[in-house]
Design a protein around this ligand. Structure first.
Ligand SMILES: [Fe+2]
Ligand SMILES: [Fe+2]
Length: 159
């Protein structure tokens, strides 16, 4: 996952997050291919690489949305109810499924790894589609240039 520095301060944070979505989709489709090859066509280290990405990189992406985008967008559309609330619930469901998946990896129960993995892929990819298709469209309409800059400045600090 990208690390942003001061030189990225002029980026549109929504573009940056959309690029993160594209990267997440690439990893999820790789994961989906691995799951099809379980149990014999995929190595433990290949699966570990995916679970590390889910733990660290996807978590970082969620944090950037939760700590930079949502508070400022929330001034317009609220946080406790509505689309941001739904997104927060889905982040937590993804975190739970990732924890689940890790447990099943540890116990080397590959049949369960496949089903937990499938559930996570479905939830996370639908989640990112909703953000791209709905939430970020709302954000583009509501947020001014200064607010976008504030969001990007905050994102630079979340690594
Ligand atoms: Fe999200
Ligand atoms: Fe996202």
């Amino acid at each position: 996952m990208n690390t942003y520095t001061e030189k990225d301060a002029e980026l549109n944070p929504l573009d940056a997050l959309r690029e993160e979505h594209a990267e997440i989709r690439t990893v999820l489709s790789k994961f989906e291919n691995f799951l099809k090859k379980i149990p014999n066509g995929v190595t433990e280290s290949e699966l570990n690489e995916i679970s590390e990405y889910l733990d660290k990189d996807v978590e970082l992406h969620f944090k950037r949305e939760e700590d930079a985008l949502f508070p400022i967008l929330g001034n317009y559309i609220g946080i406790e109810t509505g689309p941001i609330n739904v997104m927060l619930i889905e982040h937590n469901s993804c975190r739970e499924l990732t924890g689940d998946l890790n447990k099943k990896m540890e116990s080397k129960d590959y049949k369960s790894v496949a089903s937990a993995g499938k559930a996570l892929i479905e939830l996370l990819s639908e989640h990112e589609d909703k953000e791209d298709g709905i939430l970020f469209q709302i954000a583009e309409m509501q947020l001014g240039q200064n607010e976008k800059q504030d969001i990007m400045k905050k994102m630079i600090t979340i690594n």
